[in-house]
Design a binder for this molecule. Sequence first.
Ligand code: C2E
Ligand code: CA
Ligand code: CA
Ligand code: CA
Length: 275
Amino acid sequence: AKDKGRDTIALYDQAMDRKARDRREIETDLREAVARDQLNIHYQPVIDLDSGEVGGYEALLRWYHPQRGVVRPDEFLGVAEETGLIVPIGEWVIGQALRETATWDGDFRIAINLSPTQVRSPHLVDVVARAIHAHGFDPGRVEFEITEHVLMQKGSVCGANLEKLRELGTKIALDDFGIGYSSLSYLRRFPFDRIKIDKDFVEDIEQSADNQAIVSSITRLADALGMAATAEGVETRAQLDLLRKLGCQEAQGYLICEPVPGENFATPDAVEAAM
Ligand code: C2E
Ligand code: CA
Ligand code: CA
Ligand code: CA
């Protein structure tokens, strides 16, 4: 029995070693990725459920890794966040997203995700102000998506930065709404412009009367608080119809369009072909 315990520990150590090695490898590669222009943004349209029009595009980071192919953020955001690399990467995203979309047709919002470390960064507001100015963006068309993790942080820099973003005229959305510990209490802490209903609630909305009740309550809550509601992760026609029936204003998901490179939305013809 003792041997068995030792074996288990040895295996555990090996797994830890591998994990540490993976993290170091990701860190080294990620530093290079920034320098070698391997980062790109894919955009996912968000549509209005009444008109069917594109209300906005969410910018989603992609790493075109020379060996691994297209790597999604879940695989490297943890390392980027721990090492602080997320700050220069995030600043690049802000500049690139506004540069790339500035010439697109239409009156759409551009939504950009911000991590806790980014919101804590003392340069965030300057970076945003400069990008908006450089590309002639109406600040009201730029929306930042934060999760409750941002608001859970101690210290006042975060709150001050959010206030300053708001003074600039940009919008703030509460992302992943409903899956956290105390989403409701965060609604009172900051006057969000939008709530994004997490895809967990959309996934089995047809089968789950509970999820239907939750989504319908969130949309009414948003409405009462003067906020918009967007559902994410819509994959079926039935989900889309149900969301509309439950009073949800906007939706995004693979059914409508997957996140794809910006070329797809640069001209009206391209948009037509992509969606
Ligand atoms: P998120 O903000 O909740 O974004 C939604 C995620 O759902 C995206 O994953 C998107 O590709 C995916 N998605 C869209 N439609 C569907 C669908 O119909 N079904 C399913 N199953 N998934 C769908 P992605 O692109 O892998 O991004 C993961 C997370 O990484 C994002 O979650 C966001 O928190 C973060 N992220 C992405 N880009 C950035 C960035 O530029 N900066 C920061 N700080 N975080 C980012
Ligand atoms: Ca590039
Ligand atoms: Ca988001
Ligand atoms: Ca989400």
